[in-house]
Ligand binder design. Structure first.
Ligand SMILES: CC(C)(COP(=O)(O)OP(=O)(O)OC[C@H]1O[C@@H](n2cnc3c(N)ncnc32)[C@H](O)[C@@H]1OP(=O)(O)O)[C@@H](O)C(=O)NCCC(=O)NCCS
Length: 349
């Protein structure tokens, strides 16, 4: 129905006539310097290098310096992505940062990142979609470029999970690491980002969660009887529930995402699942019946689970190590706290 208002006709607003195509033009990654071994993790939990490797595939992870922020890490990854995209930072119209570990409730981290990169006046905002944050960002960037809102979007997945991990929690202390991955999405002559399949299960908020809301910490902070001993809001998870959900439901989402892109798994040049846990990846490969010729991201072994950063970090590693071809097709799928998920097939830069 045409909108009307009393007395005066409603003018037609400017709107793009045709949709464009978008693709990832460049990827970048940053891993903090400090390598943390399983032995170091086991100083605080009753566990062993063997158990951690066998149950998660993690051999080492990286922890940022105490003074190193998510914006510092995002900046390093972004500079590489922008450089590889072959564009000037001034061409970027929007900055999207996917993170759940920026320690300020407000302001968002993205405006500061845009400023540091010398991007004049970009639209800049953060999104909170946990380990699926990067794939949510890619979907938004694709739509923004296709609709003509902007020509280039910088999408960053970055986490400093070491700040939010309880090093005494046996169920999560060995999983998480720190890092950043970034992508520049821009205009393309052919489709470079397939349809996104995404969703959420809002009745499963307790499966992966921050242990206490910030509001519960405030009375503790103001209570003198705590003598400065304040519980820190670490992330906790129900490991087995995450495992079952990822393997059964996410494998089906991955299968549907490939079909939605109009291809088969045989056409893939890489499978880049969120680096949650090596056993989850192995189970997904089986459920997908992934052909043996498709290389699979296994960055988790050396980088741990870096939540929103894990997919761009893993994909850039595969490209750098020539494990996957530039211009090839990759299936990427992120899933995590919410519970939320997002997946798409992309043309690798
Ligand atoms: C976390 C995870 C490795 C735990 O493995 P699990 O087999 O489910 O572990 P459970 O809690 O059932 O415990 C099984 C046994 O291991 C022991 N165990 C648990 N944590 C341990 C640890 N860190 N080190 C050594 N032993 C441990 C338990 O005590 C138990 O021993 P028992 O059989 O003698 O009683 C597993 O659930 C998992 O991989 N989940 C997915 C997590 C994930 O990927 N999260 C990312 C979300 S994005």
């Amino acid at each position: 129905m045409t909108p009307t208002r009393p007395g005066r006709p409603v003018p037609t607003l400017t709107s793009p006539q045709t949709l464009r195509h978008a693709r990832i033009l460049g990827l970048g990654g940053y891993r903090p310097e400090r390598v943390v071994t399983n032995e170091e993790i086991c100083r605080h939990i009753d566990s062993s290098d063997e158990w951690i490797q066998q149950r998660s595939g993690i051999v080492t992870r990286r922890f940022a310096r105490p003074d190193e922020t998510v914006v510092d890490m995002a900046e390093a990854a972004s500079r590489q992505a922008v450089d590889r995209a072959g564009i000037d930072p001034g061409q970027i119209g929007a900055v999207i940062m996917a993170t759940v570990t920026h320690p300020y409730q407000t302001p968002a981290a993205a405006p500061e990142l845009g400023h540091r990169l010398g991007i004049p006046d970009p639209a800049a905002f953060d999104i909170s979609a946990a380990c699926a944050g990067y794939c949510h960002g890619i979907s938004l960037a694709n739509d923004m470029v296709r609709a003509g809102t902007v020509d280039h979007v910088l999408v960053v997945g970055v986490e400093k999970l070491s700040d939010f991990t309880d090093k005494h929690d046996r169920g999560s202390a060995f999983i998480f690491g720190d890092g950043a991955g970034a992508a520049v999405v821009g205009v393309s002559e052919t489709p470079g980002i397939g349809p996104t399949l995404w969703g959420s299960l809002g009745d499963k908020t307790d499966v992966i969660t921050q242990r206490e809301p910030w509001t519960e910490l405030r009375p503790a902070m103001e209570d003198p009887s705590h003598h400065g001993e304040i519980a820190w809001p670490s992330f906790v998870m129900q490991g087995q529930t995450v495992f079952r959900w990822a393997v059964f439901s996410m494998a089906q989402v991955a299968i549907d995402t490939v079909a939605a892109a109009g291809i088969t798994t045989d056409d893939l040049d890489a499978f880049v699942p969120h680096q949650a846990n090596m056993r989850i990846t192995d189970a997904m490969i089986k459920a997908l019946k992934l052909p043996a010729h498709v290389p699979v991201a296994r960055d988790i072994a050396e980088t741990g689970n870096t939540s929103a950063a894990s997919i761009p970090l893993a994909m850039s590693r595969m490209l750098d190590e020539r494990e996957a071809p530039h211009g090839g097709l990759a299936l990427q799928i992120g899933f995590g706290a919410g519970l939320v998920y997002a997946a798409q097939v992309v043309v690798m830069p």
